[in-house]
Every structure is written in structure tokens, then in C-alpha cells.
Design a protein around this ligand. Structure first.
Ligand code: C2E
Ligand code: MG
Ligand code: MG
Length: 727
């Protein structure tokens, strides 16, 4: 049986020979064996016939007129379908040189004349069989190459020194010079992404020095500078003696796969219309948050925001306009959230930032007209309310939809964790119920799930609104409380304490409104007013021919950290004609401890200008003695909580004694505040306290009452006290 290929039943042999007898003999022998034999008389004719016939084997004579076999053979090889066709060169010359030449010009084998025709037929059969095997191998190799090209899979081998060989696919993937398939290792680093360079070097080093195989993903840049992602696998290759001889591996461009993975992930976690994180991703984020222990100082809340009457607009203007509207709202909300995360004055005062309250807002789109905002790390529930109010304002701004200006409003429902629910489902459900409540209350508003939170938010809102008007309506007053020398009983100064006289709510305590003023940034204009008012009062004291007194002013966090504060205060006193030495600035211990280095800098600057500094409420914060030494303060005010029971409680007495001793060793004056009883005063005098402040001498008084009080002060309570003690 002949090893015939499947398309042609009989193998086709092309005989190129000028000798008609030989052609005839070959024809006769082979045709009886089932071959088809075609003939050509010389090289030129032979090339022609090979082109048109696609022979399975070519028998080629060497010596021929017109064109000999040595010349014809290379030209036959150039015909694409003859590149691998076996060529048996028939030579009458039995010399080695001709045989060598035959191979050089591309012959597969040779046979010497005169030919042994029986042997020739067997030889052809073997040639055919090996051609078939070679064809199959080539086809497989091509398939493999094709598959590797499709998979963008390249392979390489590194000799562990500086020489690498690689496949064409590597050349293509790494943008190496065309046709280059070996070279120095540095070729691979040419287009590597700078940030991944170290990672790749380290992996190669470990492979070489520690014989560690690796799989690695890294980035390269193509000619246009676009990033491609490469998956690189490498394995150490050993010789028979288990000595590493090379590193072999594959590289694969996985950019498309990565892109597809990203797209899948995007589809699963982001909303199609707005591109915002969807329900799934918000749930994941919330789950992470509630896996940690709740903080008593920070609030986590969920705001479900639903556009009012969105369906009506969607039906009237069409779905496309509806989608456009949702995208506009999404980008507005997004902008607000990105800005607020960096702390707009309204949400996070500088003080809050210093405390590292990582206020984080996450916006998501649950589909339809429902957006959900996750707030984490808000200082108070009131802050959550003010964010909700801001969201309402943002949505209410007019929206231009291709020339149609429309107005939108939203209703917001709020639930807080863990108060309203300990798990994600409950929290979402409760904020949904609160949303329903907001809708039923007339829309365009926000509602908390819990009634108590609603009440607090309402109270805070009205306080905030009223506070904004209080300066222009002149509702603030500055009260003064005297500070008395503990030994002589003479008045050395006073502390200015703000009062808010509200026409309906009456006197509002600073403890209630100062924190709101801080968080809303209103403390800055209020602080300025206090400062000017205190200067006016000092001038008034002078007009009354009273001995000069110092006034102590409280500085809040936002004021203290306000940029350029020392210079601003310096200018204000100069303008009022007051010496800065007449003003003492009280700063609470806990505020100073928030950012010690910064606090020291500000205090030094204030002192340079001439202000003196008192550390207020000492004992309530860290009471760190080592820091106390570094603060350029002149006075220490012991917090009232230590004074309250000082006459009865031995512990308090020892604490106060320790503070006084320490303060004196640091050359600080000590003020005790909150003295209401003479017994308390007696202890403090004995302990060496320098100044006394409290109801015992006087409640804080308005300007006129204070002046009256000083002028009419006849009895020195110290004398009175001494009389009492003597009894
Ligand atoms: P503070 O600076 O420690 O002020 C002392 C507080 O103790 C004042 O309360 C004062 O009225 C009260 N007090 C004085 N003597 C006694 C006493 O014998 N017994 C008792 N129980 N209390 C006494 P006030 O005026 O309500 O102020 C509370 C806090 O509000 C102040 O604490 C201060 O931190 C802040 N504050 C007051 N006025 C201002 C201000 O003008 N600016 C700023 N930033 N904060 C102020
Ligand atoms: Mg004070
Ligand atoms: Mg105090």
C-alpha cells in the first residue's frame, strides 16, 4: 500500500531530466506501483511544472541543458507549496563535492546514476512516509503557534547570566525589535512599568540565588505608552546533577482578561445608569463597618434618599431624560461628598480634623431614584442631620435638562447604627421606614428613624438658625466674673463669659451653643465680637478711674487653630488702644493636647505679642506634667470638679495640693474656679492657691453690674473669713 495523502489517491512524482530514456524507465516502474508520474525536460520547465502540479516528490537531475539541477532546486524551494516537498537529486557524478552541493541548494536526498529502479521506488516510499510525518509535525507546530498567538503566550529561557532566548510572541508582546529572539536580559526591562521594575528584579534574583520558581503579574508600556498587563511564570531548570542551568518560563499578555474581569466586577458592583457603587457594594462596605465595635464618640448612619415625584417626571419627559437627571443628581451628590470628606467648614471644623475623626461619606445608587449615603465617623448625630439638610439643599438647586430647567426635591430617611439596628438589613429597612415618614410629612425633608433623634436634630437646627442671627440682633452679652487674690482679697481681674439672651428661649448657656458655633464655623465672628467687646469694657474701666484689671477670654478650638489668629488679635488690641498684657487667653488643657507641637507654636506667638496664657480646666484632660513644662503659660486654672468637695474629700485635697505645688515649681500662678463656700476658700488659702474665682465672691455679672460691684465693694470677704476662722 502506498502512503497516499487523503486528497489525492496516488502520489504525484515530478521527474525533471533531459534524458528521455531515464524519464521513460522511471515512468514505467513507478506507474505500475500506483504513482502518477509527470515529466519535465530541463530546469526551467521543471520549475513551471512544479508550480502548477504541486508534486509530492521531485526527482531532479543535476546535469541538464537550459538550467541545471543545482540552479533549479533553490527556485523550486521558493514556490510556497514546494518549500517542504522532498527533492531527490539524481547525480551521475559520484563525488562528495556534488553531494554536498546538492544538500546546500536544498535537496532532501540524492541518488546516483545509473539508477536502480526497484530500489528507487522503495526509497520514494520512505521519503513519502517521512514527508507525511514532517507535514503532520509542522501542522501541529502551526496549530500550537496559532494557539499561543491567540493566547498571547510566549516562552523564554534565561541562562541565569545575561543571555535570554525567546519566542516570537515574546518579541511581539514586549515590543522588542522585529525578528529578534535572543539577547541580553536588559531587553525585558526596556518597556517595564517603572513601578513594577523592582518587583520583577527581586523575583529574578530569588530565582537565580534561591532557586525559587515564581508567578508574577506586572505592567509594561506599549509603544503608544498604554499599559498592558503581563502574567509571568518561571521555573528553574536543572541538569542531571540537580544543578540549576537556566530559568524557563512563559509570559502572557492578560490585559484583555483583566479588563473583562474588571468589567464583570463593575457590572456586579456599580449602577449602570450613574456608574455609582450599587446595593451590593454598599452592603459590603457597611458589613465591614459593623463588624467592628461601635464607638460611643462617633456616629454611623444610613441615609436613604429618594427623589420626590420622580416617576411623574420620567413619564412626562421620557426615560432618557430621567436617566440624564439621575446622572446629574449623582454627580452633584458625588461632588458634595468628595468635598465634604476633606472637611468643609460646615461639616468638620479644623478641630475635628485634628482629632482625626475620619468622617467618611459613601454614595451609592440602589437603582431607580433611590440613592443611599453611608456616613461613618460623624462626631454627633447633629452632624448627620446637617449633612442631610445639605443634601436636601443640593438637590433643590435647579437642574438644566437640555434647556428644560426643572426643580427637584428629595426625601431622606436616616437610621443610625447600632441604635436602630445591629445588622445591615435592619439598618436599611429602618432608614426606609424613616424615608416613608419623611414622604408622609410633606416630602423635601429628612427624618430619623428614632423620635428622640428627630427631636434633637430639630432642636439643634433651630439653635443653628437662631445663632446665625444672634450677632446682628445683638443678642449676645459679655458677663464678667471677678478673680480675687486669695491672700489680700483684692480684685486682680475677671473672666469674660458669654451669654446669649434669646427673646423667646431666655438665657442660653454657652455650654449649649458654643459647640454648635464651633461646628458651624460661627465661632469665628462670635469670637471676634467677644474680643472687641472685652476691649471696650477695659476702656470703660479706665474711664471709671478704677485700677487696671486684666480680662481673661476663653478661646475655643476653632479659634485657637485659626490661621493668623495671634496677629489678628494683636491688631485688634492695638486698634482698641489696649495693652496686650491686659488680656489673658484661656485655653483648655484638652484642646492643647490635641496637637501639642502646633499648640506650643501658637502659644509662643501669642506670648511674643504680649498676651498671657492660662491653661483652663486643668485636671480634666491628660494632665501631663512633662507637657505642662513645655507650655509657655503663666497661669493654671484648676477645674471646678476638684474644688466642689475639697472641704470634705481628702483625695481631692491631695490632688489640688499636688497641682498647686507642681504649678508653683514651674512658676505658674494657680487659679481655683467654682468656689462657692468659705470652707473651700479656707482650704485653698492654706494650700497656697494664688487666685480665687467663684460664686462665693460673685456670679458672672453684666458690664454695669460688674462696675457697680467693684465700686460698692466695702467688706473684704477675706477679713470676714479670717474673723470666721478665729471664732
Ligand atoms: P469655663 O471657662 O471653665 O468657665 C467657668 C464656668 O464656671 C462658667 O460657666 C462660670 O459661670 C461657671 N462658674 C463660675 N463660678 C462658679 C461657681 O462658683 N460654681 C459653679 N457651679 N459654676 C461657676 P459658663 O459661663 O456657663 O461657661 C461654661 C463654659 O463655656 C466655660 O467654661 C467656657 O469653656 C465656655 N465659655 C464661656 N464663655 C465663653 C466665651 O466667651 N468664649 C468661649 N470660646 N467659650 C466660652
Ligand atoms: Mg474659662
Ligand atoms: Mg474652666
Amino acid at each position: 500500500m502506498l502512503p497516499v495523502n487523503e486528497e489525492k489517491n496516488s502520489p504525484l512524482i515530478l521527474v525533471i531530466d533531459d534524458d528521455v530514456t531515464i524519464r521513460f524507465m522511471i515512468n514505467e516502474t513507478l506507474e505500475t506501483l500506483g504513482f502518477i508520474v509527470e515529466e519535465a525536460e530541463n530546469g526551467i520547465q521543471g520549475i513551471e511544472r512544479a508550480r502548477e502540479l504541486k508534486p509530492d516528490i521531485i526527482l531532479l537531475d543535476v546535469m541538464m541543458p537550459e538550467m541545471d539541477g543545482f540552479t533549479a532546486c533553490p527556485q523550486i524551494r521558493e514556490i510556497p507549496h514546494c518549500r517542504h516537498t522532498p527533492v531527490l537529486m539524481m547525480t551521475g557524478l559520484d563525488d562528495i563535492e556534488s553531494i554536498n552541493k546538492a544538500y546546500q541548494v536544498g535537496a532532501t536526498d540524492f541518488a546516483t546514476k545509473p539508477l536502480n529502479y526497484t530500489l528507487l521506488s522503495h526509497r520514494l516510499l520512505y521519503m513519502l512516509r517521512s514527508k507525511q510525518t514532517a507535514d503532520e509535525l509542522r501542522a501541529n507546530q502551526e496549530k500550537l503557534d496559532h494557539a499561543q498567538r491567540l493566547a498571547k503566550l510566549g516562552y523564554w529561557e534565561w541562562d541565569l547570566n545575561n543571555f535570554v532566548t525567546w519566542s516570537e510572541q515574546v518579541t511581539e508582546t514586549f515590543w522588542l525589535p522585529k525578528g529578534k529572539t535572543c539577547g541580553e536580559l536588559s531587553y525585558f526591562f526596556q518597556n517595564l512599568h517603572k513601578k513594577d521594575m523592582e518587583k520583577v528584579r527581586a523575583a529574578l534574583k530569588l530565582a537565580k540565588e534561591k532557586e525559587q520558581n515564581f508567578s508574577l503579574e506586572y505592567r509594561i508600556r506599549n509603544r503608544e505608552g498604554k499599559v498592558r498587563i503581563i502574567f509571568h511564570e518561571a521555573k528553574v531548570n536543572y541538569n542531571e546533577g540537580r544543578k540549576p542551568i537556566s530559568l524557563i518560563g512563559t509570559i502572557q499578555d492578560i490585559t484583555e482578561r483583566k479588563r473583562a474581569e474588571y468589567e464583570i466586577q463593575k457590572l456586579a458592583n456599580y449602577d449602570k445608569v450613574t456608574g455609582l457603587p450599587n446595593r451590593t457594594s454598599l452592603r459590603q462596605k457597611l458589613e465591614k463597618i459593623i463588624a467592628r465595635a461601635p464607638s460611643s464618640q462617633q456616629v454611623t448612619a444610613i441615609l436613604t434618599l429618594d427623589l420626590d415625584h420622580f416617576k411623574r417626571l420620567n413619564d412626562t419627559l421620557g426615560h432618557q431624560a430621567g436617566d440624564q437627571l439621575l446622572r446629574k443628581i449623582a454627580s452633584r451628590l458625588n461632588e458634595f461628598i468628595e468635598n465634604s470628606a476633606y472637611g468643609s467648614v460646615d461639616l468638620t471644623s479644623t478641630r475635628l480634623q485634628q482629632k482625626k475623626h475620619a468622617l467618611e461619606l459613601t454614595l451609592s445608587h440602589f437603582g431607580g431614584d433611590e440613592f443611599v449615603i453611608l456616613i461613618d465617623g460623624a462626631p454627633t448625630i447633629e452632624n448627620v442631620a446637617s449633612i442631610a439638610r445639605k443634601l436636601n439643599e443640593i438637590i433643590a438647586e435647579p437642574i438644566d435638562l437640555d434647556g428644560n430647567v426643572i426643580s427637584m426635591t428629595a426625601s431622606i430617611g436616616i437610621s443610625a447604627w447600632p441604635e436602630d439596628g445591629k445588622d445591615v438589613d435592619t439598618l436599611l429597612k429602618q432608614s426606609g421606614s424613616a424615608l416613608y415618614h419623611a414622604k408622609s410629612e410633606g416630602r423635601n425633608c429628612y427624618k430619623f428613624f428614632t423620635a428622640a433623634m428627630n427631636a434633637r436634630a430639630f432642636e439643634r437646627l433651630s439653635l443653628e438658625i437662631n445663632l446665625r442671627k444672634a450677632i446682628e440682633k445683638e443678642q449676645f452679652m459679655l458677663f464678667y466674673q471677678p478673680k480675687v487674690d486669695a491672700l489680700s482679697g483684692s480684685i486682680l481681674g475677671m473672666e469674660a463669659l458669654i451669654r446669649w439672651k434669646h427673646p423667646e428661649l431666655g438665657m442660653i448657656s454657652p455650654a449649649d451653643f458654643i459647640p454648635v458655633a464651633e461646628q458651624t464655623g460661627m465661632i469665628i465672628p462670635i469670637g471676634q465680637w467677644i474680643f472687641e467687646e472685652a476691649c471696650r469694657f477695659l476702656n470703660k474701666i479706665e474711664e471709671h478711674n478704677l485700677p487696671p484689671l486684666t480680662v481673661a477670654l476663653n478661646l475655643s478650638g476653632a479659634q485657637f487653630t485659626q490661621k493668623g489668629l495671634p496677629e489678628e488679635l494683636g491688631n485688634s488690641v492695638a486698634k482698641a488702644g489696649i495693652a496686650p498684657q491686659q488680656i489673658e487667653l484661656e485655653i483648655t488643657e484638652s484642646l492643647l493636647m490635641e496637637n501639642i507641637e502646633e499648640a506650643i507654636k501658637i502659644m509662643n506667638r501669642l506670648r511674643e505679642i504680649g498676651f498671657s496664657i492660662a491653661i483652663d480646666d486643668f485636671g480634666t484632660g491628660y494632665s501631663s506634667l512633662s507637657y505642662l513644662k513645655r507650655f509657655p503659660a503663666a497661669t493654671l486654672k484648676i477645674d471646678q470638679s476638684f474644688i466642689r468637695d475639697i472641704d470634705k474629700d481628702a483625695d481631692d485635697r491631695s490632688i489640688v495640693q499636688a497641682i498647686i505645688t507642681l504649678a508653683h515649681s514651674l512658676r505658674l500662678k494657680v487659679v481655683a474656679e467654682g468656689i462657692e463656700k468659705r470652707e473651700q476658700l479656707a482650704v485653698l488659702r492654706e494650700q497656697g492657691c494664688d487666685l480665687i474665682q467663684g460664686y462665693y465672691y460673685s456670679h458672672p455679672l453684666c458690664c454695669e453690674d460688674f462696675l457697680d460691684w467693684i465700686s460698692n465693694r466695702e467688706d473684704d470677704p477675706v477679713d470676714e473669713l479670717e474673723a470666721t476662722m478665729a471664732i
